[in-house]
Design a protein around this ligand. Structure first.
Ligand code: FMN
Length: 212
């Protein structure tokens, strides 16, 4: 079984979302025969913003009559990232909340993997993903709270990830979060512990049946 571990915080090992995602990876590895882990730390592999050839190819894709577009630059990076996602049986994503939504690094990854006529097609019924569904574990860290009675901010992160990943065929998303990481130290410790407890108690039986 292949596991793809993607992290999008700029904070390296200090990152709460990276640490939480690592706890999920450890739990999955303890429960499944994981033969290979592909680790992509976006700080190390960061692609620059998408290039003009890529933007032009996607803009014209719906009416393209078989003209070839560039297979270099962002298109080459896009192909590599989509293949990586296709080959994985399990995906674990660690991401911070930045300004109520995904950080720019994760948005760049999305711009590269959500590609018309490759990871999704357009049908009369709407966009249909081409990827085989697989469990995607998403570890989020935020300074405040979101998605509950304690929230004082909107959450554009989880609804956005649900919508955009469903577009390419990934419907089985499992969310974990370390919230309140910018609050007082007692809250940070309690919230961090609760998030890690949740990660180490993942119901891997369900995961096992879905990836079999
Ligand atoms: C640019 C930026 C924007 C942020 N915006 C939010 C926000 O909208 N809501 C929130 O709860 N925390 C916000 N934070 C705080 C981070 O979510 C928090 O520090 C979290 O622990 C970061 O995750 P990491 O430790 O994995 O990097 C922001 C932090 C940065 C750097």
């Amino acid at each position: 079984m292949k596991l793809l571990h993607l992290t999008f915080s700029p904070r390296g090992e200090e990152s709460e979302s990276t640490q939480l995602s690592q706890a999920i990876v450890d739990r999955l590895c303890s429960q499944h025969l994981v033969s290979r882990i592909i680790r992509r730390d976006w700080r190390l592999h960061a692609a620059s913003a998408i290039d003009a050839d890529y933007a032009n190819a996607l803009a014209n894709a719906a009416g393209n009559n078989g003209e070839r577009s560039s297979s270099e630059g962002s298109m080459e990076e896009s192909e590599r990232l989509i293949c990586e996602l296709e080959e994985a049986d399990l995906v674990v994503i660690g991401t911070p909340m930045h300004n109520f939504t995904v950080p720019a690094s994760l948005k760049t990854w999305i711009d590269l993997v959500v590609r018309i006529n490759r990871s999704f097609t357009i049908t009369p019924a709407g966009k249909v993903g081409t990827l085989k569904s697989k469990p995607v574990y998403i570890a989020i860290a935020s300074g405040g709270f979101f998605g509950s009675d304690r929230s004082r901010q909107p959450d554009f992160l989880t609804p956005y990830l649900k919508a955009i990943l469903a577009t390419i065929g990934l419907h089985d998303l499992r969310f974990f979060s370390a919230q309140g990481m910018a609050l007082e130290i007692n809250i940070v410790k309690a919230q961090r512990q609760a998030a890690h407890d949740q990660a180490t108690n993942i119901d891997t039986t369900i995961a096992a049946s879905r990836v079999a």
